[in-house]
Design a protein around this ligand. Structure first.
Ligand SMILES: NC(=O)c1ccc[n+]([C@@H]2O[C@H](COP(=O)([O-])OP(=O)(O)OC[C@H]3O[C@@H](n4cnc5c(N)ncnc54)[C@H](OP(=O)(O)O)[C@@H]3O)[C@@H](O)[C@H]2O)c1
Length: 326
């Protein structure tokens, strides 16, 4: 089959269209003919050699895909040949075919194309896991979502909006309009404003209930500062570093904070299955109602893979970069 191949580690130039072995399914898996896949920040890290696939997973980059079921394993009960699905993968999505456990695929919303559906799995499931499963966000709470214009950020804003949250985002100025259109109430330009000062002013010193963080060290002190009583934070990445020289732990105790970290890629099938069932029941129907939408930055042919990765490297995307597997 055709696939995007990595010729060593490095910049976007190491990626090119080539050939790879077609996956073989086991009895619980389905084989999908991929119509579209989408970029994630993890893909650029894997390309650079900083985020290897979990043991036993495909070496091909790519964490999500949408397409049509081509073949089903003997024990598969959920799908039949011809079904349109999108799926969460631990790797292998930049390819003509992918295999996935039957419970890690979701039906594509009827009103969305396969290209649009490819933008759903990784970022919406990450946002669902962070806001709902881990931070147990309650209706009407105050939520701070960093990198509001990122794939995960744009998904999180929409999920929080459906729960009537008051939403604060940090993002570069050019991405504020999109954040507002998706439901953010306040947008902070982290390049020229101190987000902790802004939020303390907006909330009259009370702070927020939930923080979704991707920055790690560079935001940690300010994150502790803006969390209110019984605040919860989940850290999903450390784009701003992972070491702190000193830290005052007083707010953790005095405000009874819960600070968590999470990953998705290397989780067990059972964990991901539970997450996917929860998301499918709680939120998937909102795509057909028009109350959730995949936020798409660009749709490109997968032959333009180098251009697609360069765009993400430069932080130019607001939402998802989709690759058509044509
Ligand atoms: N742990 C997990 O389970 C999990 C799962 C999925 C994704 N993630 C992580 O979540 C993050 C978002 O992923 P994504 O695919 O949605 O990324 P994305 O669409 O590429 O967006 C990332 C955005 O973060 C902002 N940014 C980058 N460096 C920054 C910095 N130093 N300070 C502040 N903002 C910065 C940029 O927007 P601005 O223009 O606003 O700066 C950039 O566009 C990534 O770090 C990814 O690795 C974690």
């Amino acid at each position: 089959m055709k696939a995007i191949i990595s010729n060593g580690f490095g910049g976007p130039e190491v990626l090119s269209l080539g050939e790879a072995a077609k996956p073989e399914i086991n009895e619980n898996e389905i084989l999908i003919k991929v119509a579209a896949t989408a970029l994630n920040r993890a893909d650029t890290l894997q390309r650079e050699g900083k985020y290897p696939p979990p043991k036993g997973e495909s070496e091909i980059i790519g964490l999500e895909a949408a397409g049509v079921v081509e073949q089903t394993g003997k024990a598969v009960t959920r799908w039949k040949k011809g079904d349109k699905v999108c799926c969460l993968l631990a790797g292998g999505a930049y390819a003509e075919y992918v295999k996935v456990h039957q419970h890690l695929a979701m039906p594509t919303p009827q009103k969305l194309s396969l290209e649009e559906s490819a933008a759903i799995p990784e970022v919406f499931l990450t946002a669902y896991q962070a806001l709902i499963s881990l931070c147990e966000m309650q209706v009407g709470e105050k939520v701070l979502i960093h990198a509001g214009g990122s794939g995960v950020g744009t998904a999180a804003i929409q999920l929080a909006k459906l729960r009537n949250a008051e939403i604060f985002v940090t993002a570069s100025k050019a991405k504020h309009q999109t954040c507002f259109e998706l439901g953010a109430n306040h947008a902070i330009d982290y390049k020229s404003q101190d987000f902790a000062e802004e939020i303390k002013e907006f909330t009259k010193g009370k702070g927020v209930d939930v923080v979704i963080d991707f920055m790690g060290a560079s935001y940690f002190k300010n994150n502790l500062d803006v969390m209110g009583m019984d605040g919860r934070m989940v850290m999903l990445a450390w784009m701003g570093g992972f070491k702190l020289d000193s830290l005052n732990l007083v707010p953790v105790l005095s405000k009874r904070l819960k600070i968590m970290g999470s990953t998705l890629r290397a989780r067990s099938v059972d964990y991901k299955k539970t997450l996917i069932e929860g998301f499918t029941n709680d939120f998937l129907p909102y795509f057909d109602k028009g109350e959730l939408k995949p936020v798409i930055d660009t749709v490109m042919s997968w032959s333009a893979i180098q251009e697609a990765h360069a765009r993400m490297d430069a932080n130019l995307n607001t939402g998802k970069i989709i690759l058509k597997v044509d």
